[in-house]
Design a protein around this ligand. Structure first.
Ligand code: ATR
Length: 272
């Protein structure tokens, strides 16, 4: 019988994951398919029990990455530390939760910029689920320092607390978007994780004046050079969009589900 996979979220229409995973199933001649499932917060628990009898695994996106944890049987330590699950594996009716976002971003930095996060000062703008997963992952991977800048400081503080809990030795600082230090010369890597520039015509109020020019900048938004990236590039920094993060988080999820090496080339072209 054909295996079924998918992505649950609200909204999910925009997701590129079906194209990427279906291309991989086809390439490896696996009898499987991947669909989108629009699930709102009220029906999350009920839908997860339906999927338990139907899907072999699924991805989880906004706004369920944290809420889904209570619906699962086992949480991988990385996902538990980040309190964020983006990949569920259904092993005979037992549901396992994993987080591949931080891995995806870390791998994307290696591939795009040849940069290892170990020893680096990483600045995140934003404090959503993907930022939390990545900040925790980077701290565990040996980042020297993590700075979080967000509109709502309390949300950034919550992310900072998770980072400190997992990696007490990492220096963690939090600032409001409206008032962060002018001197950012210690920062090595900038990650844009807010949803502001998802909508064309909107621009995040952010200046790169105090940053070094040999800093690198990656946006979690994909398939577009955001105003944020344009400003970073004008400042002289190397830039990259979120395509590789999407690819590598997806490849890792695929490997959790199938146990075989994900076909990078076809998955990458499916995203284009
Ligand atoms: P995800 O889970 O995908 O990472 P999310 O939880 O929807 O995303 O987070 C969206 C991010 O964009 C948050 O950091 C949010 O800031 P707040 O924590 O203050 O809400 C940020 N964001 C959204 N709209 C914004 C706006 N108009 N100005 C500044 N930041 C904004």
């Amino acid at each position: 019988m054909s295996r079924q996979y998918g992505i649950i979220g609200w909204p999910v229409e925009h997701s590129m994951s079906p194209a990427m995973h279906n291309a991989a199933f086809e390439k490896l001649q696996l009898d499987a398919c991947y669909d989108r499932f629009a699930v709102d917060s009220e029906s999350l628990r009920e839908q997860v029990s339906v999927f338990k009898g139907k899907l072999s695994g699924w991805n989880v996106t906004v706004p369920h990455k944290q809420a889904v944890i209570d619906c699962l049987d086992y949480i991988d330590p990385v996902a538990d530390a980040a309190q964020s699950v983006n990949t569920v594996v259904n092993r005979g009716g037992v549901l396992y939760g994993y987080s591949t976002d931080g891995y995806g971003l870390q791998r994307a930095l290696e591939v795009e910029f040849d940069i290892d996060v170990a020893g680096k000062h990483v600045l995140f703008v934003g404090a959503g689920g993907a930022v939390q997963a990545s900040a925790v992952q980077f701290a565990s991977a040996g980042a020297r320092s993590v700075t979080l800048i967000n509109r709502t400081v309390s949300k950034a503080e919550a992310v900072a607390d998770r980072v400190r809990k997992v990696s007490p030795d990492v220096k963690v600082e939090v600032y409001p978007l409206s008032d962060y230090p002018n001197d950012m010369s210690d920062v090595d890597i900038v990650i844009q994780g807010t949803s502001v520039e998802l909508k064309e015509g909107r621009e995040l109020a952010f200046s790169f004046d105090g940053f070094r020019k040999d800093c690198v900048c990656m946006d979690m938004i994909y398939n577009v050079v955001t105003p944020f990236l344009q400003k970073a590039e004008q400042h002289g920094m190397r830039i990259a969009g979120g395509e590789d993060m999407l690819l590598y988080q997806g490849m890792k999820a695929f490997e959790y589900w199938t146990g075989v090496v994900a076909p990078e080339t076809v998955m990458r072209s499916a995203l284009k």
